[in-house]
Design a binder for this molecule. Structure first.
Ligand code: C2O
Ligand code: CU
Ligand code: CU
Length: 460
């Protein structure tokens, strides 16, 4: 076991990720991913009991190419069950990594071969869909970059994986959740990190164009983000290129990025060597916190944001609203409590939440029918109603959808896999049911998912 310790400082400098090697043929052989215990120094306190893909803590960024086959052999080097899910990737149902729904859990010492060809380019991520609370809280949340077939023309690329950890002063894990949190907005971490570091600084070419890929892989926190520079643009949302100009978030109007969501920015680096552009988060009762910094290095490349073309759209079928059937979903508390059930391998011991007033009946429960059955190739509108005061990032596997309207706000027609439902919001999303199978449909606040707010949709 490779026991590297990483030192954490407020100005820890880590290497930048160059865009070099674009278009290099992706390896045809299966990549071996072993889930194992890891060790890492947060706040200069070594923390044992993390789970990662060794030898990497944080878990490595996985690279693939749009339209090119990928083969990933996931080996379970822990004593617990697991299964790996590729969040946002529209893969065949059998490769989706949801225990009992698409595969049996991988036992300790076992492995599972995942093989798929990503149809879409963009920023995605991976996490276990079994023992989700324990394994994700312990750090097993990694980023996946699926490159466009053609180089979109950036000088460099930077992944920022936002993750909170719940640690005590010694660096040991605190309990991952509290019943109080699970029944409300979730239990928040107290060590906020970007790529497991506090405010890391990444060097990028001065005056160059950086693709900044921000991923919220936290189990709980809805990040409110903005940048310190106006030399930037939102170019993709939840993996998919945006086809309209979106306002750049600001301190007064930050961007809400829920657990599971991603935003890609194009950032033009400052011209002067040593100058920085920061990713900032608004936290309750605090001044904006720097999550990560991009620092200009070398001679000024003199690039301009206007040199970038829009990213090519992914091949997502466009909904035909004139022919849509509507299905209703209500997200709220569990009426009358209800017995605690297994929610994707293992129960948290509570049932607080429900979809259509029914909590998830348990992973392997008989008669756990789909919430809806959709006919392949047809357009559907899903009307999502939040009957609770808490926010819910509602995630659908296997299909991409377009938010179309809300009772509270104007929704830009983005292509996405996660709809962040606000308090008392009723939002409609539209999709073409073009990928057959049983697709998990759940809240990505993991405590909500594991205490009832889960279900699935069948496409036949
Ligand atoms: Cu990111 Cu059902 O998952
Ligand atoms: Cu997913
Ligand atoms: Cu929720």
């Amino acid at each position: 076991m490779n026991r590297r310790d990483f030192l954490l400082g407020t100005a820890a400098s880590a290497g930048a990720l160059g865009a070099a090697g674009w278009g290099a043929a992706s390896a045809a052989a299966a990549q071996q991913l072993t889930i194992q215990p890891a060790r890492f120094a947060f706040r200069e306190k070594p923390t044992e009991g993390l789970v990662s893909l060794l030898p990497d803590a944080p878990p490595s960024v996985l690279y693939g190419e749009q339209g090119k086959p990928m083969r990933l052999r996931v080996r379970n080097g822990t004593p617990d069950y697991t299964a790996m899910h590729w969040h946002g990737l529209r893969v065949a149902n059998a490769m989706d990594g949801v225990p009992y729904l698409t595969q049996m859990p991988i036992a300790g010492g076992g492995s599972f071969d995942y093989a798929f060809t990503p149809p879409d380019a963009g920023t995605y991520w991976y996490h276990p869909h079994c023992m989700t609370m324990a394994q994700m809280a312990h750090g097993l949340t990694g980023v996946m970059v699926i490159k466009e077939a053609e180089d979109p023309g950036f000088d460099s690329d930077q992944v920022v994986n936002l993750r909170d950890f719940r640690l005590d002063d010694q660096g040991a894990f605190l309990p991952h959740y509290t019943a109080r949190g699970a029944a409300r907005a979730g239990t928040f971490g107290n060590v906020l990190t970007a790529n497991w570091l506090q405010a890391p600084v990444y060097d990028h070419p001065a005056g160059g164009l950086v693709r900044l890929r921000v991923v919220n892989s936290d189990t709980t926190r809805i990040y409110k983000l903005h940048l310190s520079t106006d030399q930037a643009r939102i170019i993709a949302w939840d993996g998919h290129p945006v086809e309209m100009d979106l306002p750049l978030p600001s301190a007064g109007a930050p961007l809400l990025v829920g657990p599971g969501q991603r935003v890609d920015f194009a950032v033009r680096m400052p011209a002067g060597e040593g100058q920085t552009a920061s990713l900032l988060a608004e936290l309750p009762g605090q001044s904006a916190r720097t999550m990560a910094q991009l620092r200009s290095a070398g001679a000024n490349l003199g690039r301009d944001l206007r040199e970038l073309k829009r990213l090519p759209a992914n091949p997502v079928s466009r909904p035909d609203l004139a022919k849509a059937d509507v299905h209703d979903f209500v997200f709220g508390w569990t009426p009358e409590g209800g017995p605690p059930n297994d929610g994707y391998c293992g129960s948290m011991g509570y049932s607080f939440w429900s979809i259509n007033r029914t909590p998830w009946a348990g992973d392997a429960a008989k008669g756990t029918g789909p919430l809806a059955v959709l006919e392949r190739g047809r357009t559907y509108v899903l009307r999502l109603r939040n009957e609770s005061p808490n926010l819910h990032p509602i995630h659908l596997h296997g299909l991409a959808f377009v938010p179309i309207r809300s009772n509270l706000r104007r929704l830009p027609p983005l292509v996405t896999d996660t709809m962040l439902l606000l308090k008392d919001e009723v939002a409609e999303i539209a999709l073409v049911a073009d990928n057959p199978g049983d697709w998990a449909f759940h809240c990505h606040v993991i405590e909500h998912q594991k205490t009832g707010l889960a279900g699935y949709i069948r496409v036949v």
